[in-house]
Design a protein around this ligand. Structure first.
Ligand code: NI
Length: 165
């Protein structure tokens, strides 16, 4: 059983930014373990942000693993996109917005700063799917969804679908 339930759009909690982690301690590491357990329990899930999980404190934490063998866990604590360059616009999905796939404009390459599980600062310079994934997850931690990148008309069409169900 997954440790946490994944909050579904249009739940207003998805728009609330995550709380910065003051210190990486055993309590935080236990939350991260439970987040990975939740991630690995899903089909086709590349990453999860704490703010999309039903947990007591939605921390500024994201867990990522899109390897085939599911053995390359990457955890980012208090991550920030500090710079980006280039542009891409490719299809994304979200575990909190079922059956919706939209093209989202993103930086092609990003520099991300975060803390690791040991509390040490790490610098990532990424491109390709990892860059896209980090931007999507850090958006979540800022209370922003992929739909927030769309124009009004597209959003209205998607929102209609969720109001009906
Ligand atoms: Ni998402």
């Amino acid at each position: 059983m997954p440790k946490f339930n994944i909050i579904q759009y249009p739940d207003p909690r998805l728009a609330v930014p995550g709380k910065a982690v003051p210190a990486v301690n055993d309590e935080i590491r236990a939350v991260v373990d439970d987040m990975f357990e939740t991630l690995y329990a899903q089909d086709n899930c590349a990453a999860l942000a704490a703010t999309q999980l039903d947990m007591p404190t939605p921390w500024r934490i994201t867990v990522i693993d899109f390897s085939e063998s599911k053995d390359q866990p990457l955890c980012l604590i208090n991550p920030e996109v500090v710079s980006g360059s280039g542009e891409t616009n490719s299809q994304e999905g979200c575990m909190s917005i079922k059956d919706v796939y939209v093209n989202v404009p993103r930086y092609e390459t990003v520099e991300v700063h975060a803390l690791g599980l040991d509390g040490e600062k790490r610098v990532f310079k990424e491109d390709g799917f990892m860059a896209k994934c980090m931007q999507h997850e850090i958006d979540h931690l800022n209370g922003k969804l992929m739909l927030d990148h769309l124009g009004k008309t597209k959003r209205r069409i998607i929102n209609r679908k969720f109001r009906r169900s």
